[in-house]
Design a protein around this ligand. Structure first.
Ligand code: TRP
Length: 448
């Protein structure tokens, strides 16, 4: 494809909005707090932060470089950059990842819609304080029909946005949502701070207890860091391929990684004090946020209104993340299988709906949809981040560090020499990509 034929983002601001829109989603607000709870709090957060700076930021730059220089989606970009080699095969891990992630992501997106509807039905007013929200969540999420209907609504909304195309769909849409969501989370952080016993939550978040760290903590933190920043499966390759040569890769990457981390930390600060204040079980897994938030809403003035605004913006944040996943599948089908855009979106919706259904039904107690004691939902959730994304990220850094010429990498990082990047900084990023990240990822994979 010629440069001029490829659609591109309308502005630099648009690029950042789209990348942050892809990164900030259920991963920050749903997955991060529940993993913090499962992995014992502060020590997990510390490891997470360390990995985000030392591994995820370099991986982000590497993916960006591959996308902008390769000018195609994952498989095509590898083929353009290393013609005649087998590197393009590594693009296929991204299809597996999309497939696994979209399945459970749609289910959780559906849960968000259900809670948005509940807030319209005034289920989170102060009269509801004292309700057993844990039982309510369990009953809903293990049901036969309701979670499936909500999941389908989520799938259809996502597909509608993708059909509108890059600029009109993704860019316009994300601009407004992130600031709104940010303010709402701040409101929750403040409300949580004034709950009785909130200090227990803060101690849990900020006082590391390293006796709780196991090899599983490391892989969970690394997988979550990739998941949250949309790394390891070519989403940033695609977005990078839409970005103009003059844009500064390092600053775009740093802004996205920074904002994503900020959202995750704030979400944890909103949830954890409330968890301890209301006696919610911190290690309960995927239901954590959906059990805790209703407690916060029903203990504040205008709770239903705040709940509605929150779940509405969470839905949009989840959709803006899901579209980047769907884009990976859709552009693969368009570029590799020569499908029309409509057909590609249709195939994507269909797989999303079928496997989302299986994930959702696997949560029913006694469901046969389990493997090795894990429900299909948990299995997809864990395998995708902990293994598929980490292996995808490993291949990406190996490619940039060992296959691509250093001069080509530097050319991208400095936009052909037009951006003055301090030498030490460019070299540090390069060595993080070439040596530190691959060694760290390999070690963690082997020991887990
Ligand atoms: N980062 C998103 C979130 O935190 C999820 C997501 C979107 C994603 N695109 C991705 C995860 C690509 C991995 C790869 O909710």
């Amino acid at each position: 494809m010629k440069e001029s034929d490829r659609s591109s983002f309308g502005s630099r601001f648009g690029v950042i909005v789209a990348m942050v829109g892809s990164a900030v989603g259920l991963g920050n607000i749903w997955r991060f707090p529940y993993l913090v709870g499962e992995n014992g709090g502060a020590a997990f957060i510390l490891i997470y932060l360390l990995f985000s700076v030392l591994i995820s930021l370099p991986v982000f730059c590497a993916e960006f470089v591959i996308g902008r220089r390769g000018r195609a989606s994952a498989v095509g970009a590898f083929r353009n950059l290393a013609p005649g080699t087998k590197w393009y095969l590594s693009g296929f891990t991204s299809i597996l990842a999309v497939f696994l992630i979209l399945s459970f992501y749609s289910v959780v997106g559906g849960w968000g819609i259900k809670y948005m509807v509940d807030s319209v039905l005034l289920k989170f007013t102060q009269d509801a304080a004292g309700t057993d929200f844990a039982a309510g969540f369990a009953q809903f999420s293990t049901g036969n029909w309701a979670p499936l209907v909500y999941m389908l609504i989520f799938v259809v909304i996502t597909a509608a946005v993708v059909i509108l195309g890059v600029e009109k769909g993704i860019e316009r849409f994300s601009k407004w949502i992130m600031p709104i969501l940010f303010v709402l989370i701040l409101v929750l952080v403040v409300r949580s701070a004034f709950l009785p016993n909130s200090d227990v939550g803060y101690r849990y978040l900020f006082q590391p207890d390293f006796s709780k760290v196991t090899s599983q903590t490391f892989i969970a933190a690394l997988g979550q860091s990739f998941f949250s920043m949309s790394l390891g499966m070519g989403a940033i390759i695609i977005y990078g391929s839409y970005v103009k040569k003059s844009d500064n890769i390092l600053s775009h990457s740093a802004i996205t990684v920074g904002l994503d981390t900020l959202f995750a930390l704030l979400a944890a600060c909103a949830i954890m004090p409330a968890v301890f204040s209301f006696g919610v079980e911190p290690g309960q897994g995927p239901g954590l946020v959906f059990v805790t938030l209703p407690h916060i809403f029903s203990n504040m003035p205008l709770g239903s209104l705040v709940a509605f605004l929150f779940f509405f913006s969470l839905l949009l944040a989840a959709v803006s993340s899901a579209i980047s996943l769907v884009e990976v599948m859709v552009s693969f089908l368009i570029e590799e299988c020569r499908c029309s855009r409509k057909l590609a979106v249709f195939i994507s919706i269909l797989t999303q709906a079928v496997f989302g259904t299986l994930c959702s039904l696997s949560l029913k107690p006694g469901s046969p949809l389990t493997l090795g004691g894990l429900t299909l939902f948990d299995l997809f959730d864990k395998i995708s981040s902990d293994y598929v994304l980490t292996i995808g990220a490993l291949l990406i850094v190996l490619f940039v560090g060992w296959k691509m010429k250093k001069a080509d990498f530097m050319d991208e990082m400095t936009s052909g020499g037009t951006i003055r990047l301090p030498k030490w900084l460019a070299n540090t990023i390069y060595w993080l990509i070439k040596a530190v990240a691959p060694l760290a990822i390999l070690t963690i994979l082997i020991f887990s």
